[in-house]
Write a protein that binds this ligand. Structure first.
Ligand SMILES: Cc1cc2nc3c(=O)[nH]c(=O)nc-3n(C[C@H](O)[C@H](O)[C@H](O)COP(=O)(O)OP(=O)(O)OC[C@H]3O[C@@H](n4cnc5c(N)ncnc54)[C@H](O)[C@@H]3O)c2cc1C
Length: 499
């Protein structure tokens, strides 16, 4: 098999997790692979920057599903500890409901059951039942559904999967499903939080995604020492060891095609030819802006009607003192989850009373802030495509969140902020060509699941494939890694055909 593709070449557009994963798997199969990345740093949404002694991960901060990373490394003869030391966080995270009601989510399941029981009689047992079903969904989902290329419904004609689909309440909403288990608003918020970031309201998300609660509570929240960008460094190292040519500051401006074949890409006014082209940049950008009219997979109406996962308003802060009361991960749920979700998904607007997330990685890692100081990353999920992303909006929300952090942790922080950078819609568009400024790609709604997501294979150009968080399986680092693997496998089949 390897001999058959020895002379074949592939170009990967974009160096996010999906692009790096696809590049590594193609290289392992014997392809000569080039990665072209528009930015000067590899990693896409998982880039990093350092300023005044602080090291800020720019995007992802939750390391969930460690087995997906381990599987990736294992496929290349490596293991996680070859690259970084992985710590399990305990407690996993903290949720602020008010200045008095604050919950630390323990890492041990027995302790989580007790915690649930303490808020609602019977909720401990209910959670056990809920998580048993979530584990079943996770196993079927991760082993039988997520790895599918989703090119045809026939892929899912498998007794175990069909049986699983029914058991998984695929056609029920997450909200109606979880309502059967829990009544207390704090418990419901903890159960629903993982899907808020997956990009849909609890009403619109299939109950299947309770598999994320298994990932959260049973598999745990981890942290790679040195920060999340260590994962990108590991992926780049693997790519390079397998001979991938990595090119930064190399934006692809066009995919050139003739007939049903993608011949080459244009980078800095030069054409680069390959047998396969894998687009790991935002799907909508590639489809709408890099392809000729007759080579596009979808039209404008299609893209406009997609439900995008949220964008984010982000603040990277350096603080010159230690902060009490925060853990590594902190969710500020002291306002209505439903109202905020409504303003993200149903009637998109700047949120009236946003929920937000604060990452304080210097609680765990002394390398991300100078001694005695703190590194804070604040994230407000917001609707995509909002107008008025300007300094005054960013300052307004900064005041709102800072006042709430100060109030709920009972301390002053404002005067101790010695570094501040903001990041939002226009930055996502400028840095990543993100459609409507999305942060997390395409929402995992029922009508955007599996075969209903934008296809990994071009309908017009037989050697063009798409990977990343706008296609299967969806947003998040683990799905992006899996997306790269799926695409590399499918694309390699194409390359083995004689042209
Ligand atoms: C703020 C934030 C927080 C997040 N938190 C988490 C988390 O805690 N845990 C988690 O699992 N996931 C999280 N995610 C989601 C996760 O980061 C993404 O799902 C994943 O990184 C997406 O990878 P990707 O390869 O699909 O896209 P990207 O990382 O965006 O990679 C695409 C790459 O293509 C490049 N590109 C674009 N256009 C071109 C072009 N024309 N030519 C060449 N290159 C181009 C871009 O510069 C980029 O490097 C978060 C995302 C964000 C933004």
């Amino acid at each position: 098999m390897i001999i058959a593709v020895m002379s074949k070449s592939a170009i990967v557009i974009g160096s996010g997790f999906s692009g790096l994963s696809a590049a590594a798997y193609l290289a392992k199969q014997g392809f000569r692979v080039k990665v072209f990345e528009k930015n000067s740093q590899f990693g896409g949404r998982a880039r990093v920057f350092e300023e005044d002694g602080f090291k800020f991960d720019m995007g992802p901060s939750w390391y969930w599903m460690p087995e997906v990373f381990e599987k990736f490394y294992g496929d290349f003869g490596k293991t996680t500890s070859d690259f970084y030391n992985l710590k399990r966080l305990d407690p996993s995270y903290k949720v602020f409901f008010s200045d008095k009601d604050q919950i630390n989510l323990p890492s041990k399941l027995e302790d989580i059951y007790k915690l649930f029981e303490s808020y609602e009689e019977g909720a401990g047992e209910k959670l056990k039942e809920f998580l048993a079903a979530a584990e079943y969904r996770y196993d079927i989902g991760m082993n039988r559904m997520v790895p599918k290329p989703s090119l045809s419904p026939l892929e899912f004609v498998d007794w175990e999967v069909i049986n699983g689909l029914f058991k998984m309440d695929l056609f029920n909403s997450f909200r109606s499903y979880t309502d059967k288990y829990f009544k207390h608003p704090f418990l419901k918020s903890i159960i629903e939080f993982p899907i808020l970031f997956l990009g849909a309201t609890a009403e619109n998300t299939p109950a299947l995604y309770s598999m994320m609660n298994h990932a959260d509570m049973a598999l745990g929240t981890w942290y790679p020492e040195g920060g999340m960008h260590e994962i990108i460094k590991a992926f780049v190292q693997i790519c390079e060891e397998f001979g991938v040519e990595m090119h930064s500051s190399s934006p692809v401006t066009k995919i050139n095609s003739s007939g049903d074949y993608a011949d080459s890409v244009t980078v800095n006014d030069q054409e680069h030819y390959a047998d396969l082209i894998i687009a790991g940049a935002d799907y909508a950008h590639v489809d709408r802006e890099l392809l000729a009219e007759d080579a596009k997979n979808y039209n404008e109406e299609y893209w406009d009607s997609r439900t995008m996962a949220p964008s984010c308003l982000l603040y990277y802060l350096g603080v010159n003192k230690k902060i009490d009361g925060l853990l590594h991960h902190n969710l500020f749920f002291d306002e209505s989850l439903d109202e905020h979700a409504e303003e993200i998904y149903e009637s998109p607007q700047w949120p009236s009373k946003p929920l937000f997330y604060v990452c304080n990685p210097s609680k765990t890692d002394s390398t991300v802030a100078p001694p005695g100081q703190e590194n804070l990353f604040i994230l407000i999920p917001v609707a995509t495509g909002l107008a008025n992303d300007n300094d005054s909006i960013r300052e307004r929300y900064f005041d709102i969140v800072l006042n709430r952090i100060e109030k709920l942790t009972s301390q002053k922080i404002r005067d101790n902020i010695i570094y501040k950078r903001t990041y939002a819609h226009s930055d996502f568009i400028q840095d990543y060509n993100a459609f409507k400024g999305n942060a997390y790609g395409l929402a995992n709604t029922l009508d955007q699941t599996a075969i209903l997501k934008p296809s990994i294979k071009s309908k017009k150009l037989r050697n063009l494939y798409f990977t990343g968080q706008l296609t299967v399986p969806g947003p998040g680092i683990p799905p992006s890694i899996i997306s790269g693997k799926i695409v590399a496998k499918e694309a390699a089949k194409e390359a083995l055909c004689v042209h």
